[in-house]
Design a protein around this ligand. Structure first.
Ligand SMILES: [Zn+2]
Length: 265
């Protein structure tokens, strides 16, 4: 398959901070996740589809019908987009994230004898995959559950990785799981853990035994602006901060003690 790369300022030309404070409480997390990313990414692909005469544009579904919160990429939104002769398809809505690894990716590796390089990370410029952020940890955990070596798929872990994940799953505030979307995807992994593991890849057997009975939603923290977060004094401080002009916010962020305080709230 031919791969095309697009360089974009999609994240920069919209000032997401004020949008997060104004709309975050109606969404599960951020403006980007809850509203912008689906239409934004599809819009970026539109010129290529016309130039290369592509008739159907597939965007991988984020969630299944069990996900009941607002999300910026959904079959009710994406499937209604079209331009020229191009139709958009919200693909594989019937399979959860873990089921895609089990029924699509694992078959691909078994039949093709080839490990694909995956890019899951939230970091945009620093690392290819950091192997420590929530999305990397979630992807690695899902792969290992299916006995797929993440180090062959673009990640970097060792036998202590699942101690790190366990410590961060139980951390609550500042830990790995911070909003309903993350509760949803980790619960999906949980549901697919068998009663008895058939492997112990990267010392994972004990971790999965523990994860099966772990209360994911009880241990979730609360993201700054989220449908699940109550408006408290911290929320008000963020609201005032993000209502300042962008230049003023940049100047404040340069003052290290204040920046540190904002990050710790
Ligand atoms: Zn990462």
């Amino acid at each position: 398959m031919e791969i095309n790369f697009i360089k974009t300022n999609l994240h920069e030309f919209i000032d997401e901070g004020p949008l997060n404070v104004d709309f975050g409480r109606y969404l599960t997390g951020s403006w980007w996740g809850g509203f912008h990313h689906g239409i934004g990414i599809l819009g970026l692909c539109a010129p290529i589809t016309v130039a290369k005469h592509i008739e159907a544009l597939l965007i991988a579904a984020s969630c299944t019908r069990e996900f009941k919160y607002p999300w910026g990429s959904h079959r009710l939104i994406d499937n209604k987009l079209s331009w020229g002769d191009v139709k958009v398809v919200h693909d594989c809505y019937e399979l959860s994230r873990q089921e895609k690894i089990r029924y699509v990716l694992k078959n691909y590796i078994t039949i093709g004898k080839h490990y694909p390089t995956l890019r899951s990370c939230y970091s945009r410029f620093r690392d290819f995959n950091c192997s420590t952020c929530e999305k990397c940890c979630r992807t690695i955990t899902g792969l290992v559950l299916e006995n797929i070596d993440p180090n062959k798929c673009g990640f970097s872990i060792d036998s202590k990785f699942f101690d790190f994940v366990k410590a961060n799953l139980t951390k609550g505030r500042g830990g790995l799981i911070q909003d309903y979307g993350e509760v949803f995807v980790w619960s999906d992994i949980q549901r697919h853990i068998p009663k008895a593991m058939s492997h112990n890849l990267y010392n994972s057997e004990e971790f999965f035994r523990w994860l099966r009975d772990f209360d994911v939603s009880e241990n979730a923290g609360k993201r700054k602006f989220s449908i699940t977060r109550k408006m408290d004094i911290t929320w008000c401080l963020f609201y005032v901060y993000y209502k300042l002009p962008k230049n003023a916010r940049k100047a404040i962020a340069r003052l290290k003690p204040i920046a540190k305080l904002l990050m710790s709230l």
